[in-house]
Design a protein around this ligand. Sequence first.
Ligand SMILES: [Ca+2]
Ligand SMILES: [Ca+2]
Ligand SMILES: [Zn+2]
Length: 250
Amino acid sequence: MKIRYVLLSLVLIILVTSIATASMIIPANDNAKENSNAPENSPVIDENWDLERVDFIHYVKPPNVGKGGKTNTCYKLMGVKWNSLPVSYIINPSNTQGLSENFITSAVSTSTETWDASTSSELFNNIYAINYSATYGIQDFKNSIDFNDYPDNNVIAVTSVWYTRVGKQIVEFDQRYNTRFSWGDATVDPSKMDLQNIAVHELGHAVGLDDIYTTTCSSVTMYGYSTEGETSKRTLEQPDIAGLQAIYGI
Ligand SMILES: [Ca+2]
Ligand SMILES: [Ca+2]
Ligand SMILES: [Zn+2]
């Protein structure tokens, strides 16, 4: 996977620390291994804060998706969590597709509250910030969400999560929605990539849930593939809720 090599190269350039550590957070996803097209997560180590970073790449569904497989849970935990709640976030609504600020902030905040509604923990701050210069991918302890080009036609969105090596506390997430896709409300226009649908999925990573690639689990929100017109991820399925509650309580 090209991305992985780029990020690994970065690691090599920035520091000469052990690659062994870097590889330890690649999820041992047996189901994903069944599919040669399955994405791999790319860890990058930040030396200054003793943080680790993992990128979740959300792909368009490939023509031949996996073989399916056995799973008991249909959810997977990253093994990291926020200790300091609620999580505040910043939305940069700037986009070249004519999407209104209100449409974007509404879709994203509805998505954060979808997770909140399934645990008694207040995960996401009800109040979000809007900042037209917020940018994805900068480790600054600001949780930034933006719309911009991601140089891969198959990548719908990416969420980066930073957490402490010791204690496994999430300290930051950033998200980018790839403007190579045409975003919108798929209940109005099924040719669009539904923003709320993808946002709920991506925000699952922001709170500590991993992707699921098993086709028998394809109805869950944390299933790792999507297509235009899909809106089923707007609502959580029982395994998504079980995963969330395993981390943050009922
Ligand atoms: Ca909330
Ligand atoms: Ca950031
Ligand atoms: Zn994902």
